[in-house]
Design a protein around this ligand. Sequence first.
Ligand code: GLN
Length: 203
Amino acid sequence: MRPVGVLALQGDYAEHEAALQRAGLTTIQIRKPDQLWLSADSGCRDPAISALVLPGGESTTMLRLLQLEGLWGPLGELLASGLPVLATCAGLILLASEVTQPEQESYGLLDMTVQRNGYGRQAHSGTFSIEGSELPAGTTGVFIRAPRILRTGPAVEVMARREGEPVLVRSGPILAACFHPELQPSHWLTARFAQLATETNLS
Ligand code: GLN
């Protein structure tokens, strides 16, 4: 299986790599457009990675760096190709169809409205219970200046909620969380993503 690419322009990509490695996957840091595809020929596009992680961090900075490095377009093409994706926090903001507080450009792959820092700033950050039919009882999520999902469209499945509000969503092969599974020693979502990446690459 090809390595899982972790976007490594900014944010907690090292923690994501460590979490994926603990789950038995190999990883590679993605910083340049030529790392995304095996061939430069757009006629035979074959991804160089088996899955992709968009880490947490600061989404405005990440957006600027993506544009500066010439990654915005090529990464968008890869994200839309059906590759398994795990996006956390700032990564989730980058995928939403609408971003508020303030408004910001995004890929629009997940039909939802996201409010940046919607759960408050640092003082309100912490570990909270999250619930969903697939999640084991007692699962928690680490929220850090987390985005709040204000609306989800019909194509977006809510997999987990915090006090009734969506905090983990799925649309096809894309999983996106407001919290940080990579900051916990072993989290159900990391294992779920590892399973999705492995299954997709076997079929
Ligand atoms: N508040 C950050 C943003 O809006 C996201 C926080 C995070 O990734 N932990 O980009």
